[in-house]
Design a protein around this ligand. Structure first.
Ligand SMILES: Cc1cc2nc3c(=O)[nH]c(=O)nc-3n(C[C@H](O)[C@H](O)[C@H](O)COP(=O)(O)OP(=O)(O)OC[C@H]3O[C@@H](n4cnc5c(N)ncnc54)[C@H](O)[C@@H]3O)c2cc1C
Length: 446
């Protein structure tokens, strides 16, 4: 496709956020009689779904300790449900299974889910939790569990298929998508606004830029000459200066190459996505050695797309300074950030800790490269905001495959149609000290 010289809305990134925004913006422009998809161009340096969205485990849940996150997720789940076939969405539900140290946090999540009408069941006490789990999966055997939050909505979707579903919807609205085109910089006018996007093949003039570049967000942030470090007013009222804006974490995921049908409920249905956190010691399923006696967690689901039982465990913080982290080649192609035998050992032992049917199956762990990195903000929560006057940044802090609805909210915000759900995610929260509450979960995204 020849490069256009100019376009009204230029979206960088053909992942979940770029494509959802393009689609919803096109629909909203048409509905308001203010334009159409022909006003929107999406560019991607790779292809559709070539970033984090294309390798995501695909779990969709509401379970967040932060009220603003939960409201956002409830909004997104409704969009997943609006066209499950196009988004390859499996509404099997989701379970957060927790130890006593997380009991209070999860109880408050349940209360607030009731308040927003998000259907879930909450089980408390060790004996009742065990009974509830065994009614569902008769070989359940995890220890130190005192609460189970069973979300009846949510589940998972097949990563690449859902992103292609979004691309089809956007293109049907007249949106153009150019792949294999890298943005290398921005031309700014005297007032500082972006007047054109600079690409490897020339410049494209634009009135507004929408950035949905996932793990590459720091690169675009730098191209916009935004600050590498920020000030954050902590909960103690003190201002902390020079906090790095971005940090990378490596996500640990893999697949046990069993028949996905192995993981069915007692009555033969596909089970909810399981997320277990516990402080019970984890011992090796191979030789009985202690793997950890600290709080740990895993998640998993049967998945025909991955060809087995797929899931992950806690990510680890990448110690290398953010400037030196090689994001490319990305995902399974990375020489640095794919999971190794230690992950396989821990995760397979953890599966066996949860359910007897997974005991002694570590040799079936798929050896193909898996995992990928995410670029997190200074507080690990998203930033959705305008910068340089006409650049809308969607930095989901690696929470975001499930957030298919953020693109709709961003489109509405751009068109001045409301921004209530996005307000808690403005950049100004750092300096103002309007931070999201943090939970006792071992994951940086709960
Ligand atoms: C292993 C793993 C598992 C995950 N599992 C889940 C999960 O189960 N549930 C969940 O909700 N989230 C999950 N996430 C997080 C989720 O995948 C991301 O938060 C989300 O996909 C980010 O979407 P995005 O649209 O912002 O970016 P991406 O999907 O990464 O898309 C960004 C696109 O921008 C393009 N791009 C980058 N720079 C440029 C440039 N300069 N010029 C042109 N194009 C550019 C890239 O090629 C890419 O295609 C997971 C992440 C990983 C790594």
């Amino acid at each position: 496709m020849a490069l256009p010289t100019g376009v009204k809305y230029l979206v960088i990134g053909a992942g979940i956020h770029g494509l959802s925004t393009a689609w919803h913006l096109a629909v909203a422009l048409r509905a308001a009689g203010r334009g159409s998809g022909a006003d929107i161009l999406v560019v991607d340096k790779g292809g559709i779904a070539s970033g984090a969205s294309g390798i995501a485990c695909g779990v969709i849940r509401n379970n967040y300790f932060q009220p603003a996150m939960r409201q956002l997720m409830a909004h997104s789940v409704a969009i997943w449900e609006s066209d499950a076939a196009a988004f390859s969405y499996h509404p099997v539900g989701y379970m957060q299974i927790s130890p006593e140290v997380m009991h209070k946090d999860v109880a408050s999540i349940y209360e607030q889910q009731r308040a927003i009408g998000y259907e879930s069941v909450f089980i408390e006490g060790e004996a009742d939790c065990l009974r509830y789990m065994r009614d569902l999966l008769d070989d359940w055997q995890a220890k130190n569990v005192t609460s189970v939050l069973h979300e009846k909505r949510g589940g998972y979707a097949n990563n690449t298929k859902s992103i292609y579903g979004l691309a089809t919807k956007a293109e049907a609205e007249g949106v153009r998508i150019i792949t294999g085109l890298k943005v290398t910089g921005f031309r700014r006018d005297a007032a500082g606004s972006v007047s054109a996007v600079i690409t490897e093949r020339g410049e494209i003039g634009c009135e507004m830029v929408i950035v949905g570049v996932g793990p590459w967000v720091k690169h675009v942030w730098d191209m916009l000459a935004l600050p590498p470090t920020i000030s954050i007013k902590g909960k103690d009222g003190r201002v902390h200066h020079d906090v790095p804006m971005w940090i990378y974490w490596s996500l640990q995921e893999g697949t046990l190459g069993v028949d996905p049908m192995l993981q069915r409920t007692n009555d033969g249905r596909m089970p909810p996505v399981i997320h277990l956190d516990t402080d019970a010691p984890l011992y090796s399923d191979v030789d009985g050695s202690l793997i950890t006696d600290k709080l740990w967690g895993i998640y998993y689901k049967p998945d025909f797309n991955f060809g087995g039982v797929q899931g992950g465990a806690m990510p680890y913080k990448i110690a290398t300074p953010a400037d030196e982290v090689a994001v490319d080649p990305y995902g399974p192609a990375s020489p640095d950030f794919i999971v190794g035998p230690e992950f396989a050992h821990m995760w397979c032992s953890a599966l066996a800790f949860c359910q007897k049917r997974f005991e002694g199956r570590m040799d079936l762990f798929k050896k193909e490269p898996s995992g990928g990195i995410g670029c997190f903000t200074a507080d690990s929560f998203p930033v959705f905001d305008r910068f340089r006057d006409n650049v809308y940044l969607i930095a989901d802090s690696n929470h975001g495959y499930k957030m298919i609805g953020v693109g709709k909210l961003v489109a509405e915000d751009i068109l001045g149609m409301g921004d209530e759900l996005l307000q808690p995610f403005r950049f100004s929260r750092f300096e103002a000290g309007k931070l999201h509450p943090t939970s006792n979960s071992p994951f940086p995204w709960s």
